[in-house]
Design a protein around this ligand. Structure first.
Ligand SMILES: [Fe+2]
Ligand SMILES: [Fe+2]
Length: 151
């Protein structure tokens, strides 16, 4: 694919495909995220949005890691609406990270994307690379859209 700036870049499916068909990624289809949106559809939306924003902004990112980290950022694999999942908002990034570590070989950048995506919850788990900042912002934007417009 060729961007508006004339760069030849892989398209989203090329970057995301290898992750989407591995591990327990497809299991995310069974868990609701916001309204009628499944966790799988949410992570794909966040990942597409993060890639699109990173290509539109004057920044350089590691696109493979950006897309992989975004696809795995909510890899916690349970229904957060279940009342037994107290503290979900702050705890689920670490559960997602643990599951992702079990199924994928992660880079430090991917670990940071997953662990810090809920920042400022908690304030100490800070995005430490540009990819993590983009995913953190894309997650908030997509969550808002899904909550308000896709109920
Ligand atoms: Fe999350
Ligand atoms: Fe999310």
């Amino acid at each position: 694919m060729i961007t508006s700036r004339g760069r030849v870049v892989p398209d989203f499916r090329e970057l995301a495909g290898p992750v989407c068909s591995r591990g327990r990624v497809q299991e995310m289809r069974h868990f609701p995220q916001h309204g009628c949106v499944s966790t799988y559809d949410h992570v794909v939306r966040v990942s597409r949005t993060a890639l699109r924003w990173s290509r539109a902004l004057p920044i350089r990112v590691h696109e493979h890691e950006l897309v992989r980290g975004a696809l795995l950022h909510d890899y916690y694999l349970y229904d957060w609406h279940d009342p037994q999942n107290v503290g979900h908002a702050t705890r689920h990034p670490l559960r997602a990270l643990r599951n992702a570590e079990e199924d994928f070989g992660l880079t430090e950048r991917e670990r940071n994307i997953i662990a810090s995506h809920m920042w400022p919850l908690p304030p100490t788990r800070i995005p430490r690379c540009v990819e993590a900042w983009v995913v953190c912002a894309a997650d908030k934007w997509c969550s808002l859209v899904e909550t308000v417009l896709m109920r």
